[in-house]
Design a protein. Structure first.
Length: 667
């Protein structure tokens, strides 16, 4: 019998209070959903209960209660215990599917995989198609064998690389795969036990042995490189125990066996063999050597490489030649490239490919720099093949060095006369901006407005792009308005300055968290007026304690209203310890939600922008970008809420700018 997760929770809530009537609102609050949602589920709940001869009593002004015999309730409990339904996201299903395939030496039946993640075989096939695209980054593929099932095809080294990347990405996650009771785990759908990837204690033990061994290195690894290398070694131990070994080309063995890193890897493996009772053959030692040489390093002024210095200088010159953009050739860019390219060249020579989750975004948003970097790398390093992920990483360094003036479009009724006066005033007052185009209102429909950083107009415009209306003579009040307008999006805030001092480990966290935040932005329709219950329903998988989250949101609303004065937009927002994953939710309520505005006056909000952050996060500047965007649409919120692609694109651009700023000052 199929029982949905929410249906099951409603029944369990009623069974916990067998002798009491429960109000629908009480049940809704317990589940973190709206009363309307519970109402919708009751039909399905009744259908299920009827199969067990259990009656759902409904009494006006009192609520709901179950009635039936003890035998009927026992039968229902048995079925509920067998229905260990788990609502999984596509990402969570992917991890479970991939790990099942990596773990198995034989083909896995599609039926088994589909049952494991609780979806149909047709849906599984569609998700496998998407998984194959990601596997291609690691030179892995899926092979279907008629009558037998599906297998993962690829080398042991590439399997380990993929596993390590998954673990590094998800180690601190709190979804179905996470560190639970000192294990990196995933929860199956059909039984209650936890199956572990690795024991976290093993990670700590290996890390201690690794730290002792790396004292001999002439350079220092970044914190992330330490963790990555540790995970590779832990996986090597687990896979060797399972008789899965890597295969390394003889030429590579000969070349790397004379390096200082190999001697360190050899000593480390001797210690690991004693502790874990496993045998590391030469190829396994070379595998660790490759990852040691490819690990990212902290800045070390004593490390010099004359040839590489010349190549980096040639690379900067080539990128400036191929790119139509102006690249600022400074010490920060040069040193950053030196620091990045030493391990990057070792990775490429060793056939280690680092998956870059931002590759597609960088190709889309920095096409000139990405293409210029790709051409320049071919020119400067003709014997090496740089994967797109590495090209994208290097493009970010150049993106951070790209300096450009803010490009302004000035609009007036005719496009002449007043627009020229206004343009002269703007450029004289704000030397950091360039009025690159003056246009009339009628010309707007023929222009690509995305090419401009800002639009300044003397009249109201019919456009989804943000703009500011000013007097063509630009009095002091309008100068102050534009000053705030220009500086809000381009002046680094205190939070951003603080972030610019973080190390590589925090930078990686920011990239992953920011990427997830943007991809998870939700657009929704609110059916009732309980804005807190609505938030709870959307945040169930992003908070540790739903009740604490709701109380914090309610208390914050009590202190100061969320509704903007003289507006129909409200911005409910909190930073709280109960939140573990940041979220942005844009909701429209046709009937309106009665809320207190910032002046303490009750009014109706039809548009709500929820913004929630954990206490320990680097995403505050990115959330601030969302606030800036909302403020630009105070008078026409429907344009913003009805244009999801524009909001996502705006946040992607803001995200890339934040990344560029950090790269320039990253440790």
């Amino acid at each position: 019998m199929q029982i949905s997760n929410r249906e099951k929770k409603i029944i369990e809530s009623l069974m916990k209070n067998p002798h009491s009537f429960l109000s629908i609102r009480y049940i809704a609050q317990g589940l973190g959903v709206s009363s309307r949602t519970v109402h919708r589920e009751l039909k399905f709940v009744e259908d299920t209960l009827n199969k067990f001869n259990i009656n759902l009593e409904r009494v006006p002004h009192k609520g709901l209660k179950l009635s039936g015999t003890s035998n009927d309730f026992e039968a229902l409990i048995d079925v509920l215990e067998q229905n260990n339904t788990l609502d999984l996201s596509v990402e969570e299903r992917k991890v479970i599917i991939i790990y099942a395939l990596i773990k198995s030496k034989d083909p896995v039946k599609l039926y088994t995989l589909a049952n494991e993640v609780g979806i149909s075989i047709n849906k599984l096939n569609k998700e496998l198609e998407a998984i194959e695209k990601e596997l291609a980054h690691y030179r892995l593929s899926l092979v279907k064998k008629r009558g037998e099932g599906i297998m993962l095809n690829g080398s042991e080294a590439d399997r380990r690389q993929y596993l390590a990347d998954i673990m590094l990405d998800k180690l601190n996650s709190t979804s179905v795969y996470s560190v639970i009771e000192d294990h990196f785990v995933y929860q199956t759908l059909n039984d209650k036990h936890m199956s572990a990837f690795v024991d976290v204690n093993e990670i700590f033990n290996v890390e201690r042995l690794l730290m002792d061994a790396l004292i001999e290195l002439p350079y220092v690894l970044t914190e992330t490189a330490y963790l990555t290398l540790t995970l590779h070694i832990v996986l090597a131990i687990e896979r060797i125990k399972n008789h899965e070994r890597v295969s390394i080309d003889e030429t590579m063995i000969t070349a790397l066996s004379v390096t200082p890193e190999f001697r360190i890897a050899e000593q480390l493996c001797n210690n690991l063999e004693t502790v874990y009772n496993v045998t590391f053959d030469t190829e396994e030692k070379i595998f660790i050597t490759m990852h040691l040489r490819g690990a990212k390093r902290k800045a070390d002024e004593s490390e010099t490489n004359i040839n590489l210095q010349e190549e980096v200088a040639a690379l900067i010159t080539a990128v400036n030649h191929y790119s139509p953009l102006s690249i600022d050739n400074n010490d920060t860019l040069f040193d950053g490239l030196m620091l990045h390219l030493v391990p990057a060249l070792n990775r490429i020579s060793g056939g280690i490919e680092t998956f870059n989750p931002l590759t597609e975004m960088i190709k889309e948003d920095y096409p000139e720099i990405f293409n210029a970097v790709a051409l320049s790398l071919q020119e400067v390093f003709p014997d090496l093949q740089f994967p797109e992920g590495e090209v994208a990483f290097i493009a970010l360094h150049f993106g951070g060095a790209h300096k450009k003036e803010q490009q302004i479009l000035v609009v007036c009724t005719s496009g002449i006369g007043t627009s020229r006066i206004l343009s002269s005033k703007i450029e004289a007052t704000f030397p950091e901006v360039n009025v690159s185009k003056m246009a009339s209102v009628s010309e707007l429909k023929h222009l690509d407005l995305s090419r401009y950083d800002y639009i300044v107009s003397t009249v109201a415009l019919d456009t989804d792009y943000p703009y500011t209306v000013v007097n063509p003579l630009l009095p002091e009040s309008d100068q102050a308005l534009l000053s705030q307008y220009f500086s809000l999006a381009h002046t680094v805030t205190k939070d951003e300055k603080a972030m610019n001092t973080v190390g590589y480990n925090d930078f990686v966290s920011f990239v992953h968290e920011g990427d997830k935040l943007i991809h998870d932005i939700q657009f929704a329709v609110m059916e009732d007026e309980d804005f807190i219950a609505f938030a709870a329903s959307k945040m169930q998988d992003k908070v540790n304690e739903l009740e604490a989250f709701q109380e914090a949101l309610s208390y914050r609303n009590h202190l100061q209203g969320f509704l903007l004065t003289d507006s129909t937009i409200a911005i409910p927002h909190i930073v709280h310890e109960s939140i573990h994953t940041a979220a942005i939710i844009l909701a429209h309520n046709k009937n309106g939600v009665e809320l207190k505005n910032m002046d303490g006056v009750m009014s109706h909000a039809h548009y709500l922008v929820y913004m929630f952050l954990p206490e320990d996060t680097l995403l505050r500047p990115l959330i601030s970008e969302m606030s800036l965007l909302v403020m630009e649409y105070v008078s026409s919120p429907e344009k913003l809420f009805n244009n999801e692609p524009f909001v996502i694109e705006y946040m992607k651009q803001a995200f890339l700018k934040q990344i560029s700023r950090q790269i320039k000052t990253m440790e």
